[in-house]
Design a protein around this ligand. Structure first.
Ligand code: CU1
Ligand code: CU1
Length: 285
């Protein structure tokens, strides 16, 4: 459900389950797994989580695994989503001290309020990009301001009828819904398109492969997952592409996963992730 509709009790339950997972040490595997699968076009080998058609199904499986872990600790917990077209301000209740906590401070970006502030001792960052052990944020990136994507921008992307297209990567010319939503097709200065720009807007740990260090990662990606659901509803005749394995002569052969090939590190095929309804439903508003 939309995080803005959570009761204070539900907010507390979500936070407590996340903290408990951290205490048990099981949270870190999500950070390291995500960092490991954060391969880009420039690198060789398979692209899975990012810059590839599997962006949506891979993250769906990733969120599902995380949610199952949380629900083992508290069966009432689900991952709420952050609709950044509506909750667009650092003053939003999303960033309150009883939920995600606030912005990083000016001097070093350290988050000082809320359950994930380093000072409270429950959220040491162990697999970050730097050696700092504290969680960092830089909401809105004041030195080079970046705005969260708007509803109009999201609607434009949702109108694209084709799921993805060759060369199935982050190239600016690559048309298709997936690349537009993932957001590589606008310059870094502008923060990229939709999904990427949200990472840039939050800043700090949310930028780069170890972004699950910031628990808001899950709320952002839950909304991205819902965006996929909405796109499917709008385009019932369009499906995941590529729908079959790329031929040996294809330059992207061995680099992208088609509908029925397994997505490492799981055995899951994208096709098993097309329909979210066997796993969960969304309360949308
Ligand atoms: Cu990711
Ligand atoms: Cu992301």
């Amino acid at each position: 459900m939309n995080q803005r509709n959570l009761t204070s009790r539900q907010r507390a339950q979500f936070v407590e389950a996340v903290l408990e997972l951290k205490r048990t040490g099981r949270y870190e595997k999500y950070v390291t797994l995500h960092a490991e699968y954060f391969a880009s076009d420039g690198e060789s080998g398979l692209r899975i989580a990012h810059m590839a058609p599997t962006f949506f199904p891979w993250h769906r499986q990733f969120l599902l695994a995380f949610e199952r872990d949380l629900r083992r600790l508290d069966p009432d917990v689900t991952i709420p989503y952050w609709d950044w077209t509506r909750d667009r301000s650092p003053n939003s209740a999303l960033w309150a001290a009883d939920f995600m906590g606030g912005n990083g401070r000016d001097s070093d970006g350290q988050v000082m309020t809320g359950p994930f502030a380093y000072g409270y001792g429950n959220w040491p960052v162990t697999h970050g990009v730097t050696r700092e052990r504290y969680l960092t944020r830089n909401l809105g990136r004041p030195y080079q301001p970046v705005a969260l994507p708007t509803k109009a921008e999201l609607d434009d992307a949702l109108a694209i009828p084709v799921y993805d297209a060759a060369p199935w990567n982050s190239a600016p010319g690559t048309r298709g819904f997936r690349n537009r939503i993932e957001g590589w097709t606008v310059s870094e200065a502008k923060g990229g398109y939709l999904h990427n720009r949200v990472h840039q807007w939050v800043g700090g740990h949310m930028i780069g492969g170890s972004s699950p260090n910031d628990p808001v990662f899950w709320l952002h990606h839950a909304f991205i997952d819902l965006v996929w659901v909405r796109w499917q509803r709008l385009h019932p005749a369009s499906g995941y592409l590529p729908d079959r394995a790329l031929g040996r002569r294809d330059p992207e052969h061995g680099r992208v996963i088609s509908a029925d090939e397994p997505m490492p590190p799981w055995d899951t095929r994208p096709s098993e992730m097309f329909d979210h309804r066997p796993f969960y439903t969304y309360e949308e508003n």
